[in-house]
Design a protein around this ligand. Sequence first.
Ligand code: I24
Ligand code: DGL
Length: 264
Amino acid sequence: MEGPIGVIDSGVGGLTVVKEMLNRLPNEPIVYIGDDARCPYGPRSTQEVRKFTMEMASALSKMGIKMLVIACNTATAVALDEVREHFSFPVVGVIVPGARGAVKASGTGNIAVLGTVGTINSGAYDDAIHALLPDATVHPLACPEFVPIVESGLYKSKSAGDIVAKSLVGLTGKDFDVAILGCTHYPLVQHHIQAHLPANVNIISSAVETVSDVESILLSTNSMRVEGSKVAPIFYTTGEIQQFHSIVEDWLSIDEPDVRHIVL
Ligand code: I24
Ligand code: DGL
């Protein structure tokens, strides 16, 4: 198999997955689509998220990708199966890898899951965890305040900690030793989350776990890119190029990244 690895997300959040890919698979060409014009997906209906996700997957399919990574938790939760049925390339979501990392890290099988309303309502993390560990106890918590904290830049301030603390009251009295960051944006408020959970709780980022799955598929399908010089990633946004460009520069430390507009 040849061609780039496609990565899709509701916006710029999936760059947390791209960052891990660039570190661990530096020779792989990446083509990314962020649906900024319709972000956030978290509060949207299942039907809408499925439709938007299929549109991004179709656009990348036409570009000849060898594999697709759905970096968005909300999109993975409701659209992974449909995307897999439609296309012949391998499709990797972020939920099964995140669930596997959590099950491995947990000594008790009691696991908290933080995510958007769409991700939590889908029950996708509960299902993935129980498939691996039938006796697990899952404590899901929707945290709709967290994405706006990050996107407003407020995540660096003290008041972000107060908002995070308020949301996490929903886990008071629950017993768990692992918490999954089941949303692309949550690694940016991880320090606030850790500070307001019991000290013994381990935090698992689905973004990190997902790249291990990408790597094993590349190896098992013998499609890892070996030869040649590094290829710069290409980023498509359905929204404004300017803002996307500065977030890519800042987050991935790429000078003059190739950011283009796309209409889906
Ligand atoms: N972080 C995210 N989204 C934003 C943002 C941010 N603005 C500042 N920061 N905006 O997601 C969403 C709105 N769109 C509009 C169209 O263009 C793109 C953005 C989290 C990104 C995680 C990789 C804060 C910020 C930043 C740089 C890096 C990381 C970060 F400015 F969180
Ligand atoms: N990318 C989304 C996720 O991981 C968060 C932002 C959104 O709600 O679209 O669930």
